[in-house]
Ligand binder design. Structure first.
Ligand SMILES: Nc1ncnc2c1ncn2[C@@H]1O[C@H](COP(=O)(O)OP(=O)(O)OP(=O)(O)O)[C@@H](O)[C@H]1O
Length: 239
């Protein structure tokens, strides 16, 4: 048993999501078939796979945004989602965007605390149009975390950001996840992002999870395995 497996075995079971035998089809075209997945609270899972393999389809099903055609998805609480585009409402101030869906007299205070956590505590009454791409994604993260989700779904939230901003966002997300301890599923095309952030990296193929890798912090072994698994190494190998 590896060190990682031993740690996993000792961890009390506290699932953020359990998926059994999931099937998702668009009309007669089946995209996900017989998919099983379990993510614990506090666990950061990245999902890779070639374009069109069904990553976003899976994420949307987990979020409850789309119907499923078979199997079960068990979530203790409604998941929160951050998409590639921030999806802020342009006519609402930043705190109102974050407080969307919160009830009660403390909604502004809770939104303010969430914005402070992402480094925008001084911008409560500002507007989405005044934000950079990275700042807008920070607000989107605050809006997700203010719901205190047990499962946080991230659909390529950093893909449109420049490299430096992306690295800063990685650090922020790692910190937020360590504090709030939701289970996280990050859909990404970026192998290095997956290695930098995830405890466990999954590769999706043929409508299910084809390969799971527990991340090593040294990165090198995981990177080679992952690239081979994604077919990139074979494609680039000399003839
Ligand atoms: N609303 C839809 N109606 C019909 N087919 C769809 C719909 N959404 C996605 N698909 C199809 O389902 C398959 C999986 O799409 P999905 O967007 O989940 O892939 P992905 O792995 O997230 O791709 P990418 O990495 O390019 O974002 C694709 O073949 C796509 O064409």
């Amino acid at each position: 048993m590896s060190v990682h497996e031993a740690a996993a075995a000792q961890r009390p079971a506290d699932p953020a999501v359990i998926v059994n035998g999931l099937r998702r089809a668009y009309g007669d075209r089946t995209v996900i078939q017989g998919l099983d997945l379990r993510i614990e609270r506090g666990e950061f899972v990245a999902l890779l796979g070639e374009s069109g393999c069904g990553k976003t389809t899976l994420l949307r099903a987990l979020a409850g945004l789309d119907p499923i055609q078979g199997g079960r998805i068990i979530v203790p609480k409604r998941p929160a989602v951050v998409f590639q585009e921030h999806r802020l409402l342009p006519w609402d101030s930043l705190w109102r965007n974050v407080a969307l869906g919160l009830d009660g007299p403390d909604a502004r205070a809770r939104a303010a605390a969430a914005l402070a956590e992402v480094g925008l505590g001084d911008r409560l009454d500002d507007w989405p149009r005044n934000l950079s791409g990275g700042q807008a994604q920070r607000v989107a993260l605050a809006r997700a975390l203010v719901q205190q989700p047990q499962l946080l779904l991230l659909d390529e939230p950093f893909a449109a950001l420049d490299a430096l901003t992306r690295i800063r966002m990685h650090a922020l997300v790692r910190e937020l996840v360590a504090t709030h301890r939701p289970g996280v599923l990050l859909v990404t095309h970026d192998v290095d992002e997956a290695i930098a952030l995830a405890d466990r990296i999954l590769v999706m193929r043929g409508g299910r999870i084809a390969f799971a890798h527990r991340a090593h912090r040294d990165g090198l072994v995981a990177r080679g395995d992952l690239l081979a698994e994604l077919g990139v190494l074979a494609a680039h190998a000399p003839a």
